[in-house]
Design a protein around this ligand. Structure first.
Ligand code: HEC
Length: 195
């Protein structure tokens, strides 16, 4: 178990150095999962590594305390989700596909940083969201069907708010955007590029 902890700490340090990149956070999630499995199945550690383990544990706690708030990534999701809407409305399916990908990556970071809240499995709700509503959005994008896209978008909003309610934040209510989230981006497919 100690060696796993050291491996985990190394991974966390690498993560912080890399600025909490998305791919790295995914790897961390995998390591955390394996770590959790390991600590359930393995017996208590040998005494010789005791103090080293305490150090690692302290460092781990410090690193956890220094990790960015999931709210940061949720704010990014909010932005990409709003952009997704205007991309779909403008039938810019390439942009919609891109924004959907950004949302998926950021959801994974939130799940890695906050796998659960009390008794609620954030990871579980994320997976349901990714495997249902976000698949419906993908299908609508691939079929270039704006009607299906609008339906899937509305269903996704329900999922955003369901999780906020489940995790004790009913005051965070997502809606269909009325205005574009930024004023310096074109939503329509470029006719002859860059103009
Ligand atoms: C699986 C659970 C879950 C799902 C699904 C989810 N959220 Fe969140 N969201 C959270 C949690 C947990 C927080 C609080 C994060 C914190 O405490 O820093 C949050 C916070 C937020 C915030 C507040 C950020 C801030 O700091 O002001 C926004 C905005 C937000 N979410 C947008 C969305 C949008 C948009 C969607 C859907 C596309 C969504 N969320 C889906 C769990 C979820």
């Amino acid at each position: 178990m100690k060696l796993e902890r050291i491996a985990l700490l190394t991974a966390v340090l690498a993560l912080i150095t890399a600025g909490w990149g998305v791919a790295e956070a995914r790897k961390l999630q995998g390591r955390l999962d394996r770590f959790a499995d390991g600590s359930r199945t393995q017996s208590s550690p040998g005494a010789s590594m005791g103090s080293q383990a305490t150090n690692v544990e302290q460092r781990l706690k410090q690193l956890e305390a220094a990790a960015p708030s999931p709210g940061l990534f949720m704010s990014a999701i909010q932005l990409h989700f709003a952009k997704l809407y205007f991309a779909g409305e403008a039938r810019n399916w390439d942009l919609a596909r891109f924004e959907r990908g950004e949302i998926l990556e950021h959801l994974d970071v939130v799940a890695a940083l906050r796998p659960e809240e009390g008794a609620v499995s954030v990871t579980g709700i994320m997976d349901a969201f990714k495997n249902t509503q976000l698949v419906a959005i993908k299908d609508a994008i691939e079929m270039k069907d704006r009607g299906l896209f609008r339906d899937a978008y509305r269903e996704s909003i329900i999922m955003c708010n369901t999780c906020h309610q489940a995790t004790g934040r009913p005051f965070i209510t997502i809606t269909i955007p009325t205005n574009p989230p930024v004023s310096n981006q074109r939503w329509e497919v470029p006719v002859s590029g860059g103009k």
